[in-house]
Design a protein around this ligand. Structure first.
Ligand SMILES: [Zn+2]
Length: 233
């Protein structure tokens, strides 16, 4: 970082936000909020032929770049930071028409981004539907006795995007038998057994799992054999 006590020299016009009260050496106007130093002499923007430019504060990189590109005449605005002992960029002076055009292009970009996000969301929704469908098919292949509505519900639940459930894990994506079975087992546990009630009544999780294990395995065995989910314990 360059530390300098005079405005940095660089290509292009430089305009200074004065820290002290300064007046134009030519028209005596002032105190000036912006001035140009010509060989150390302050001049107001009008006397420096920059009065037609508008100030665009720093912060929006794309808008700044486009405004400057579109301006025949532009200037960088700096202000001296006493604490840091150097001049710091505050923004630019650009032609108003160029700023307006730049704003339109940035708005168009924002609109384009919004439309792209909407397209992406639609594509992801379609992917989710295809994935859920494939998941349900795999459930029915492994568990022919699983009712269709249950298979659809389990697949839909397992593939909720971003849920971190088994359906979205790598194994679930690959529709591995282990992942599908794990999703079905979890559904049976919560839907076909008093597991949730046991947890709610304060039964420790491992004890609850132990109590319902026979029902879960019987139901899974029944669905695998294609004979339906009625426990036959
Ligand atoms: Zn002046």
């Amino acid at each position: 970082m360059t530390t300098t006590t005079t405005p940095p020299t660089r290509t292009g016009l430089l305009v200074v936000q004065p820290v002290k009260r300064r007046h134009c050496a030519e028209c005596r106007g002032g105190p000036l909020s912006l001035l140009v130093l010509e060989e150390g002499t302050p001049r107001c923007l009008d006397c420096a032929d920059l009065g037609h430019l508008v100030f665009l504060p720093r912060g929006d990189t794309a808008l700044t770049r486009r405004s400057r590109e579109g301006s025949t005449l532009s200037a960088v605005v700096v202000r001296f930071n006493r604490r840091r002992g150097r001049y710091e960029r505050q923004g630019v002076l650009v032609e108003e028409a160029a700023l307006a055009r730049a704003e339109e292009r940035c708005l168009a970009d924002a609109e384009a981004r919004r439309r792209r996000r909407a397209r992406d969301a639609r594509r992801r929704a379609a992917e989710d539907l295809r994935f859920t469908d494939a998941f349900a098919k795999e459930i029915r292949r492994l568990f022919p006795g699983c009712p269709d509505d249950r298979a659809c519900a389990i697949a839909g639940h397992a593939s909720v995007r971003g849920s971190g459930r088994v359906g979205r894990s790598a194994a679930g994506r690959a529709l591995s038998e282990g992942a599908v079975t794990s999703a079905v087992r979890a559904a049976v546990r919560h839907t076909d057994t008093p597991y949730d009630q046991l947890l709610m009544s304060g039964v420790p999780r491992h004890e609850a799992r132990r109590r319902i294990a026979p029902t879960v395995e019987t139901t899974l065995a029944g669905w695998r054999a294609g004979t339906g989910g009625a426990p036959r314990a």
